[in-house]
Design a protein around this ligand. Structure first.
Ligand code: NAD
Ligand code: IPM
Ligand code: MN
Length: 361
């Protein structure tokens, strides 16, 4: 039977509560669909590890992870003990960069049974894919502070966009749009205010788009695009965005679809040269950690995306993906529900319910 080697990294906060539920569901899927998951639990890449070792990960982290087929990741961040830029640049952002996971796929969907904060919206009205550039753009540690501590203090923070980096994620987004029924791509921009990188980004979208005459394209400035996520979500099919814009859109979209507790993500190295990483969009949620009330669906759905990617959408992997998504759909209608969905159920109860449905078929 096919065997997949998975590095499981819980990280911090509710990462530790939702990861076990994700694994529970994946195990149920493996059993039913006839494949084996070899899971290795990794305790580093957490703020606890940082407190003990003064760094987020061991020096040989890359060598340790390289051989896995995928990384299944909870969340990192515990700002009470470690500054966020230290914990995230020391772990997740390193994975994305060093494993060249340049596509961050973040589907957004309003499910049946989930209360929608937008008036009059029904399932089907919110159903799009955010394709976020994941290795460059506004996320850099380039720049510095001058005249620190004086009235003249200046801070410079550079952005980096490369033709190679932009073209490959744009291409991925065009392909994703082409594969969907509506074949429509929205390009997030801000070419009115960000006077160098964003007009350039628009130009790269035009250039890459020449190979996709069957895909309709509209460019929208990020401000009005955000407003339309709320006011006119039916306009969207695939949305491609720079690193920062994609980050913001991928919390906003799921919030309009009820709760960020459902939102999955796939950090992909499409060439499969390095392991890809699958994680919820949300973070470690210190405000609810320890109560076992976090919604595990984002983690579980991310696991389904992992199976789909590992098996290239073929055979047992695709079947397992579909079965997990079906089980999620059913639990969202029938319950149990965690508090973010208006219920009183625990993280564990939701995980168990979904696993039972996957096992039963
Ligand atoms: P967050 O996503 O952790 O939490 C935002 C809000 O959403 C909180 O009120 C939280 O309780 C709620 N929430 C999040 N996930 C939920 C779930 N599964 N079920 C129910 N409610 C949920 O964002 P934040 O508060 O900005 O960040 C907290 C920490 O997590 C910070 O250290 C931040 O840097 C980190 N973070 C990490 C990741 C990641 O590892 N990928 C992503 C985002 C934030
Ligand atoms: C996400 C997170 C990260 C990001 C943070 C924790 C660095 O918000 O995965 O969306 O901004 O990419
Ligand atoms: Mn984010």
């Amino acid at each position: 039977t096919p065997t997949y080697r998975i590095a499981a990294i819980a990280g911090d906060g509710i990462g530790r509560e939702v990861l076990p539920e994700g694994l529970r569901v994946l195990e149920a899927a493996a059993k039913r669909f006839g494949f084996t998951l070899e899971v290795r639990h990794i305790e580093w890449a957490s703020c606890d590890y940082y407190q003990a070792h003064g760094q987020m990960m061991p020096d040989d982290w890359k060598a340790q992870l390289e051989g896995f087929d995928a990384i299944y990741f909870g969340a990192v961040g515990w700002p009470a003990t470690v500054p966020d830029h230290v914990s995230l640049w020391g772990s997740l952002l390193k994975f994305r960069r060093e494993f060249d996971q340049y596509v961050n796929l973040r589907p957004v969907r309003l499910f049946e049974g989930v209360p929608c904060p937008l008036a009059g919206r029904k399932p089907g009205d919110i159903d799009y894919l955010v394709v976020r550039e994941n290795t460059e753009g506004e996320y850099t540690a380039l720049g510095g502070v001058m005249y620190e501590g004086t009235e003249r203090e200046i801070v410079i923070q550079e952005s980096v966009f490369s033709r190679h980096g932009a073209d490959r994620v744009l291409k991925f987004a065009f392909e994703a749009a082409r594969a969907r029924q509506r074949k429509h791509l929205t390009v997030a921009t801000k070419s009115n205010g960000i006077a160098i990188s964003m007009p350039w980004w628009d130009g790269r979208a035009d250039a890459v788009g020449r190979d996709y005459p069957d895909v309709t394209v509209d460019k929208q400035h990020i401000d009005i695009l955000s407003a339309r996520f709320v006011l006119q979500p039916t306009r969207f099919d695939v949305v491609v965005a720079s690193n920062l814009f994609g980050d913001i859109l991928s919390d906003l979209g799921p919030a309009t679809a009820g709760t960020i507790g459902l939102a999955p993500s796939a950090n992909l190295n499409p060439e499969r040269k390095f392991p890809s990483l699958f994680e919820p969009v949300h973070g470690s949620a210190p405000d609810i950690y320890g109560k076992n009330i976090a919604n595990p669906v984002a983690m579980i759905w991310s696991g389904a995306l992992m199976l789909d990617f590992l098996t290239q959408g073929q055979g047992a992997g695709r079947a397992a993906h579909d079965a997990i998504v079906k089980a999620i759909e059913r639990v969202l209608v029938e319950g149990p529900r965690t508090p973010d969905l208006g219920g009183k159920a625990s993280t564990t109860e939701l995980g168990q319910a979904i696993a039972a449905l996957v096992a039963a078929g």
